[in-house]
Design a protein around this ligand. Structure first.
Ligand SMILES: [Fe+2]
Length: 211
């Protein structure tokens, strides 16, 4: 894995080029509905900043982090607009949603556990409701490193975006739309990596694996 001082790398399956800054990365992934920006933690209260750095969290601590950091509907819509796309459902749809096969509900704080094997989830998929309506995914990477978002383009090129939090002062805010083939992979993330995921749109949706 290539390390960069920004904590971001975008690698291409068909080129040795590696991009490490958000702006040129957004020029590449933007046309596919994805975008990424740093999120500064400077304005957060000290307790929240402490929780961001903890390796394991109690349910109460998870609640507290979620209360401090979850984005409101207005903020979510702004992120989607900044990424240059329309929300999958006008107005954003439901903010509390469920993936029907796993029963997993969002918003959710995903925390990479020591020794866990996440490779079984490394499969390209689309996130769609039964009627084909897509979801909007908005992820905040709060801590850790080696979290990857992998996108497959229509010409089969694979883009691998690897996110790391290189300091305690900032994380990453990323969004993409569910109907593009993608995977969010924890399989190379360091233990304690935290991703706060909001998946909005249809109240119930399915992770549809694509060959
Ligand atoms: Fe997804």
């Amino acid at each position: 894995m290539t390390k960069s001082k920004t904590g971001l790398t975008l690698e291409f399956s068909n080129s040795p080029e590696v991009l490490t800054d958000p702006d040129p990365i957004n020029e590449i992934i933007g046309p596919y509905g994805a975008s990424i920006w740093p999120i500064p933690f400077a304005d957060l209260d000290p307790k929240t900043r402490d929780l961001i750095q903890k390796k394991a969290l109690s349910p109460d601590e998870v609640n507290r982090l979620e209360r401090s950091l979850l984005l409101s509907r207005e903020e979510l819509l702004k992120v989607i607009e900044k990424a240059g796309r329309d929300p999958q459902i006008p107005g954003g749809g439901s903010l509390q949603t469920k993936e029907v096969n796993s029963g997993m509900t969002f918003p959710s704080l995903l925390l990479a556990e020591e020794g866990a094997d996440y490779s079984q989830f490394d499969k390209f998929h689309l996130n769609l409701a039964a009627d084909g309506t897509g979801v909007d995914e908005i992820l905040q990477m709060l801590s850790g490193d080696g979290f990857r978002l992998i996108y497959r383009l229509p010409d089969e090129t694979i883009l691998t975006l690897t996110l790391s939090c290189t300091t305690n002062d900032s994380g990453w805010l990323l969004t993409h739309a569910g109907p593009h083939p993608h995977m969010g992979s924890m399989s190379r993330a360091s233990s304690g990596t935290k991703i706060l995921g909001q998946v909005i749109g249809p109240a119930e949706w399915e992770m549809k694996f694509v060959p």
